[in-house]
Write a protein that binds this ligand. Structure first.
Ligand SMILES: [Zn+2]
Length: 364
């Protein structure tokens, strides 16, 4: 990766980054005047009315940088219905892409982030043993796109404390020095496991990638103050059981539509007693889905899989399984705790290596 720093006629320094490989977490959607994660942008895209639906323009999420240079960020594949397998694939899953020709401000947060991530990746050093190789893979993930915290609390209102960006006024130090300070600070934040997301789909996508690299049992994720490995948080429905604590349950499911209700039922049944298995599923109404931007995207997914793929989806639910004597249900906060993806194939589960032994056993 190479940083090219230049000044314009007014003496304003701007930079271009060449060969950047990291994932951009957020971009500013010009059409919505809102800074979004890629899956948030996807949900907003699909929430538009079908006949007037159009792609968005994205710019740098750094306010100061955007005001000065309006650097374009490319949004990729957020306008497609991506299936469960593609969620773990960088090239196919929705993502933001860096545009090399776009000029950014000297201390733009994206530039600082890219430089800090490159330094973290470099610090991993040469590999000596298989254990080190695993550590390095995790560090490399850390340097690219591994989310540590799923934020389930509502956003806090109020003033932010001063950052070093505010303290380092442009007149007093060179932009090079300011950038250096910000990179060191960002690197410390990356190492302190502070990559957060509020979108369950981002966590699911991250799990798919970690599982593909076989490090899901090493990478930690914090939800609601509790640290567990990704492997521990994600439970396939084939092993589902009632739990007092929340987990991210997932598995193959079939969708049916009855009037204004979608019924999503997992293939795997769950034991309510030693000799009794009951189905477990989710019912969502079109009204419920239409009430939120995320929900309108899922309505689109469910309608399309019903129309074209026989109603087969992979479903993820963050919540608790509650049993009664003859039934089981999920306790969730609502649609924001669910992810539905069209199934790449009817037979196989999402990339994981420990899906149910027989996902088709309950198929009708
Ligand atoms: Zn920028």
């Amino acid at each position: 990766m190479r940083l090219e720093a230049t000044s314009d006629d007014n003496g304003r320094e701007f930079v271009r980054l060449h060969g950047a490989e990291h994932q951009i977490e957020r971009a500013h959607c010009v059409d919505l005047n809102e800074t979004l994660e890629i899956f948030g942008a996807r949900n907003a895209f699909w929430a538009q009315a079908p006949d007037t639906r159009r792609r968005f323009r994205f710019e740098c999420p750094d306010d100061e940088c955007r005001e000065l240079f309006h650097p374009t960020i490319a949004g990729v594949n957020y306008d497609k219905l991506v299936n469960d397998r593609d969620l773990g694939n960088h090239l196919r899953a929705p993502h933001f892409r860096w545009i090399e020709a776009a000029a950014h401000s000297a201390t733009c947060e994206l530039v600082v982030d890219a430089l800090a991530r490159a330094e973290v990746a470099k610090e991993a050093g040469p590999v000596a043993s298989p254990d080190d190789a695993l550590g390095q893979r995790l560090t490399t993930y850390k340097a690219t796109d591994y989310v540590d915290v799923f934020v389930i609390e509502l956003p806090k209102r109020g003033a932010k404390g001063p950052t070093s960006r505010d303290l380092l006024s442009p007149g007093r130090v060179s932009s090079f020095e300011r950038r250096r300070t910000l990179v060191v600070e960002r690197r410390a934040a990356l190492r302190a496991n502070l990559t957060e997301s509020r979108v369950l789909q981002s966590i699911v996508s991250c799990h798919q990638r970690l599982a593909a690299a076989r490090v899901a049992d090493k990478a930690k994720l914090r939800i609601g103050g509790v640290w567990r490995t990704y492997y521990e948080w994600f439970c396939p429905m084939g092993r589902a059981a009632a739990q007092d604590e929340n987990r991210i349950w997932y598995g193959g499911a079939s969708v049916r539509k009855y009037g204004e209700r979608y019924s999503v039922r997992f293939y795997d049944r769950i034991a309510v007693s030693v000799d009794r298995l009951v189905p477990l599923g989710i019912v969502v109404t079109t009204a419920e889905l239409d009430a939120s931007r995320d929900g309108r995207y899922y309505r689109e997914v469910l309608d399309q899989v019903l129309a074209t793929r026989g109603g087969y989806v992979t479903c993820w639910v963050y919540g608790r399984i509650v049993l009664s004597s003859d039934s089981a249900r999920f306790e969730t906060r609502g649609i924001s705790d669910m992810v539905f993806a069209p199934r790449a194939s009817r037979r196989e589960g999402p990339l994981d290596g420990r899906t149910s032994k027989n996902p088709e056993k309950d198929k009708r």
